[in-house]
Design a protein around this ligand. Structure first.
Ligand code: CMX
Length: 134
């Protein structure tokens, strides 16, 4: 159950191209992938920092969770993703400990990984994601 590391930090942005410039030109990172995750109604861009990634998130629809988040709170840190061995096991463990799940079952995320979210109302206000290969 214990996460091995922070897999990525998700950051909600209004304009992906503009945001990429900051991470590349100011921080000196390299955007190694841009991918649309249709299931989540987002476009993503990834940067590697050590073994952790920065994931920029741009909404692809007004119904996207990221569009709603930016409307309410503005751009900024959207979620933290913990690397776990088995997303379904981690979701079940969290639920047994009284946490409200957004996803009862792992679903497909960016980079071919399985993902599952915990509701921020039961995690101290931090939208929390489990991320893993199974
Ligand atoms: N972090 C912290 N709190 C958040 C939040 C976030 N990212 N997103 C929403 N909330 C809070 C809202 O501020 C709101 O709080 P208040 O009631 O105090 O105002 C509450 O949660 C409900 O928010 P809402 O705007 O009414 O939105 P919904 O309930 O419709 O949805 C949530 C909220 C978290 C269930 C939804 O955003 C969700 O399912 N998120 C998981 C999926 C996701 O975010 N996908 C995009 C990233 C995908 C990827 O990384 O590949």
């Amino acid at each position: 159950m214990k996460p091995t590391h922070i897999e990525h930090i998700g950051i909600a942005v209004k304009n992906m191209d503009e945001a990429i410039k900051y991470y590349e030109n100011v921080l000196g990172l390299t955007c190694y992938a841009v991918e649309e995750v249709a299931d989540q109604k987002v476009k993503t861009a990834f940067f590697m920092v050590g073994q952790t990634k920065i994931e920029l998130l741009e909404a692809t629809s007004d119904e996207s969770p990221v569009a709603k988040f930016i409307d309410k709170k503005g751009e900024g840190i959207h979620h933290i993703a913990f690397a776990v061995e088995d997303v379904n096991v981690s979701l079940q463990n969290a639920e047994q400990k009284g946490i409200t799940l957004i996803d009862k079952q792992a679903r497909n995320g960016a980079e071919g990984l399985k993902i599952g979210f915990l509701h921020p109302k039961s995690t101290g206000g931090v939208l929390t994601e489990f991320c893993g290969t199974k």
